[in-house]
Design a protein around this ligand. Sequence first.
Ligand SMILES: Nc1ncnc2c1ncn2[C@@H]1O[C@H](COP(=O)(O)OP(=O)(O)OP(=O)(O)O)[C@@H](O)[C@H]1O
Length: 341
Amino acid sequence: MITVEQLTKRYGEKTAVDSLTFTVRPGAVTGFLGPNGAGKSTTMRMIAGLDAPTAGSARVNGHAYADHPAPLTEVGLLLEARAVHTGRSARNHLLALAATHGIGRRRVEEVIELTGLGAVAGRRAGGFSLGMGQRLGIASALLGDPAALILDEPVNGLDPEGVRWVRELLRGLAAEGRTVFLSSHLMSEMALTADHLIVVGRGRLIADLPVAELTERTARDLVRVRTPDAEELTARLLGPGVAVTAAAPGLLEVRGATSAEIGAAAARHGLVLHELTPQRASLEEAFMELTRDAVEYRAGGDGAGGAAGLARDGAGAARAEDAAGAHDAAGAAAGAEAVAA
Ligand SMILES: Nc1ncnc2c1ncn2[C@@H]1O[C@H](COP(=O)(O)OP(=O)(O)OP(=O)(O)O)[C@@H](O)[C@H]1O
């Protein structure tokens, strides 16, 4: 369990992490998501005791990381890819690390096996590719068989097979009851790997919700219909609460009716349909929507009513309801535009 309370980090005028409060629970993969510069790495460094908070606290299993007598056995860390600039072989690197914690050779061989480094373990780690370096970083993190893992962008630089390998490994570790906390700026990756999401922008909490909930919320009330009988179908569908937009010749976008209702109406009136597709916003779109204001602010926009608007309660922590409310409102506004057009 990782507990972050009112965690804040300022570098001079710059607030990198702003009153963050969240909990990362065991038995699940929790994704830490946010655009570049949102404060993910800084937060992870503070959890790992590598940076001192300006205010607030971060605890792993109830203690500050630095207070753990043998931190490797408590928390596995992967914070910087290619942190190994060494002439040592991967195996010797792991053996040296293991020795600092009284971890035996057997465990070193186990993690080499687990991370698929067997064939290259005798090679100089400093010359590893980014992908191999990531595997070695993950092997180091797993060395102490820790109950919690904190991984900053663990799939960075990995090929698709490597990405899938990390995903399955992390899901397996969570299924064993461990706390798995990983950062990414890629929603698509998180959607496949994480059970729960903590989304940040400009150092502040934007959302804290299960991935499944975000998926549900991205379902748009919109059905795309391709038909040679567009005009007549439009006339048949229009009614209270139903809006139909002609997106292109023979292509309608219908709001306020399900695809089943549209199909039934077409059948009743003998109208031909070539396509009937309920639309869902992709998770990537949902993420962009959630973090849009945070990004605009960073790009020099005024950001008024942006992430600050989402994180509007006194404590500065917008929970899922707030963020979703804002998201829904934005979705509704976009819908109104489309209908008007
Ligand atoms: N040592 C530092 N001194 C000054 N500013 C810093 C320092 N470390 C981070 N920052 C700033 O704090 C903000 C948050 O940075 P951080 O690296 O935590 O974000 P991030 O979400 O991990 O981004 P990325 O996805 O790009 O790694 C950024 O604006 C960054 O420039």
